[in-house]
Ligand binder design. Structure first.
Ligand code: ADE
Length: 256
């Protein structure tokens, strides 16, 4: 068992997560045996000859629910004593970068994908550790939500991506990422900011921090308040925020 984390995806549509596990950086991480995966088709555990996996809800209402029995059998087939079972649902807890970090430390993550109107509540009550939503909108497929969760989690596992890449990206310290530029120096009359060509590391770091603050104030002001309450903003950051407001009389949203 060399892997750092194994994703066990319980689904009626294994082709959706399979495409993700067999592409790009994820495929390399699997090949390096850092990440392992197991796609379990819930339909293989249906009780009848028609392979029925859903039925209408007691009490009436629209849509179909996934049956409890095939899901329970699929869970038992994993033969795992220690595991964390996640159910992807729009009525779950909000998924965040910190949640992804926490999950990246697990050895066996079981991800249950719903379809239709959801699953029988007794599966949630008996087996699910976390109900997770990836955002305030409804997808037709828990598999797409599962791919999002798996992507956010696996890239935080040691050895998948260079540590430096993770340290500077959005949501680190509750701030969004600074803008980046590559060749050419001039594109459609727009020059790369001079400071980035200066080779002056301290100035570059200061400029980038200021840009992170500007971007966060503009796109996600709620994160500034969060960063402040969690002690992520230094005295220099607070000074920069003041300067940003003074520099832009109407505040950072004036162009909106
Ligand atoms: N299934 C359908 N919509 C979802 C969402 N927003 N998050 C997680 N799972 C879902």
């Amino acid at each position: 068992m060399a892997y750092s984390i194994k994703f066990h995806v319980l689904t009626l549509f294994p082709e959706i997560p399979r495409a993700f596990f067999t592409s790009s950086i994820m495929a390399k991480a699997v090949q390096k045996e850092i990440i392992a995966y197991d796609l379990v088709n819930i339909r293989d555990f249906a009780l009848d000859a028609h392979k029925t996996c859903d039925d209408s809800p007691y009490g009436g209402g629209a849509g179909q629910l996934l049956l409890a029995e095939p899901i329970e059998k699929a869970l038992y087939s994993l033969k795992l004593r220690k595991k964390r079972v996640i159910y992807m649902t729009p009525s779950g807890k909000p998924f965040t970068q910190n949640y992804a970090k926490e999950l990246s430390k697990e050895k066996n993550l079981v991800i249950l994908c719903g379809r239709y109107e959801g699953i029988d509540q007794r599966i949630i009550d008996s087996y699910v550790d976390d109900e997770i939503s990836i955002g305030d909108y409804v997808l037709s497929s828990g598999e797409v939500a599962a791919n999002v969760l798996i992507d956010a989690v696996y890239r935080l596992v040691d050895g998948v991506i260079r540590q430096e890449s993770l340290e500077e990206e959005s949501y680190t310290n509750n701030l969004l990422e600074y803008p980046q530029y590559t060749r050419p120096e001039v594109f459609n009359d727009m020059r790369v900011p001079e400071v980035l060509l200066s080779g002056h590391h301290k100035n570059i770091a200061q400029w980038r921090q200021k840009m992170r603050l500007i971007k966060t104030l503009k796109n996600r002001p709620d994160l500034i308040a969060k960063a402040r309450s969690e002690g992520c903003l230094s005295k220099e950051d607070e000074k920069m925020i003041e300067q940003i407001y003074i520099g832009e009389q109407d505040g950072p949203n004036k162009n909106n």
